[in-house]
Design a protein around this ligand. Sequence first.
Ligand SMILES: Cc1cc2nc3c(=O)[nH]c(=O)nc-3n(C[C@H](O)[C@H](O)[C@H](O)COP(=O)(O)OP(=O)(O)OC[C@H]3O[C@@H](n4cnc5c(N)ncnc54)[C@H](O)[C@@H]3O)c2cc1C
Length: 203
Amino acid sequence: MQSGQLTSEVFGFWLHPKSQMGLSAAAPLWGAPGLLLTIALHLALSLSPAQAWAPVHRDYCVLGAGPAGLQMAYFLQRAGRDYMVFERAPGPGSFFMRYPRHRKLISINKRYTGKTNAEFNLRHDWNSLLSHDPRLLFRHYSDAYYPDASDMVRYLSDFAERLGLQVLYNTTIAHVTLNKDRGAWNGHYFILTDHRGQAYQCR
Ligand SMILES: Cc1cc2nc3c(=O)[nH]c(=O)nc-3n(C[C@H](O)[C@H](O)[C@H](O)COP(=O)(O)OP(=O)(O)OC[C@H]3O[C@@H](n4cnc5c(N)ncnc54)[C@H](O)[C@@H]3O)c2cc1C
């Protein structure tokens, strides 16, 4: 059997006789390595991505490393929970990398309130997230009353890094399903599948 004919059978499609002739004529180029590559490609393409990797379990899955996702991650981490944040961008706060276009935040950074009460001051600081680390107050990132959006990106990046939050960057969640499962405490798991086909099973 010509290797060209075998190739068309492996793929399960019909080739126009002319193109088969072309393949036969090119047979010396296909040889054993070409055939092995073809079979490997066929197997890789026929396996759906979700089948390719077993799901990774995380008790808590957080979608997005914006301010909300990072704040959630902080409290999950402090509570010693098993969690993971998924973020499609290469870093946190991707919204503020692009918006607002004019680059001035409308959330105020009022550094001088005339008071020493931390709770009172926090109410006048609209950009800080909550944490136990006083270095992670937005006042240390900008003097401006209406700060630049890139200072927010820098702030969120430090927040995630200094606190050691578990964020998987460059990971787009492409698909979310709810799977019924008696093993789960509430009768179901969420299955998050990323763009590479890796599935995450989450409570
Ligand atoms: C024009 C404009 C100006 C604004 N100006 C201000 C301002 O000055 N100050 C202020 O406090 N707020 C401002 N906001 C509001 C601001 O957007 C929110 O305060 C803030 O971004 C909300 O945070 P979040 O974490 O909920 O969402 P986001 O910041 O939107 O974060 C969501 C994250 O999820 C990621 N994500 C989304 N889908 C997926 C997926 N499928 N897989 C993986 N990752 C994913 C995104 O990449 C993103 O990083 C403004 C909003 C707009 C529209």
